[in-house]
Design a protein around this ligand. Structure first.
Ligand code: FES
Ligand code: FES
Length: 167
């Protein structure tokens, strides 16, 4: 069955059963390997993408639920890695093994879309479901503050939170 999905600002027909997990569609049908398979039950956040502005676990989201919605993966956050979050992640050397980090960044991006100046508590709440076995939580929080400050200091930076780039 063909599903029409809008992923990273492109309308893409996908030949998949409606109940296929969105994560499978993104990785196996569309070749977007940023979202990762971790637990498969919505408990780790490695598969996080943004759907209509909300951080969403793609492993437990049927592809049919994304029809008519705006899906953004890490690949769509910026065309060249220049989103303020990606820059802050690089500047602070946030990743260790890296496996969880695309999901972390997408949860952070959803947070900053709605809360451009998050407190530590708001960051902790928003990032609560994104697990990191390497324990990079302190650097993640620092990078979110850094990205927020960078984006809020320039108009173009601020708009980056609201307009993910097409790939
Ligand atoms: S793989 Fe989706 S939440 Fe763990
Ligand atoms: S950097 Fe290794 S799991 Fe997070």
């Amino acid at each position: 069955m063909s599903l029409q999905l809008r992923v990273n600002r492109k309308i893409i027909p996908v030949d998949a059963a409606p109940d296929t997990p969105l994560l499978w569609v993104l990785r196996e049908h569309l070749g977007l390997k940023g979202p990762k398979f971790g637990c498969g039950v919505g408990a780790c956040g490695a598969c996080t993408v943004i759907i209509n502005g909300i951080a969403t676990r793609s492993c437990i989201t049927p592809a049919s639920a994304a029809v008519g919605a705006d899906v953004t993966t890490i690949e769509g956050l910026s065309a060249d890695g220049t989103h303020p979050l990606q820059q802050a992640w690089q500047q602070l050397d946030v990743p260790q093994c890296g496996y969880c980090q695309a999901g972390q960044i997408m949860s952070a991006a959803a947070l900053l879309q709605h809360t451009p100046h998050p407190t530590d508590e708001q960051i902790n709440d928003a990032m609560d479901g994104n697990l990191c076995r390497c324990g990079t939580y302190a650097r993640i929080r620092e990078a979110i503050h850094k990205a927020a400050a960078a984006a809020n200091s320039t108009q173009s930076g601020s708009s980056a939170f609201h307009k993910p780039a097409a790939t």
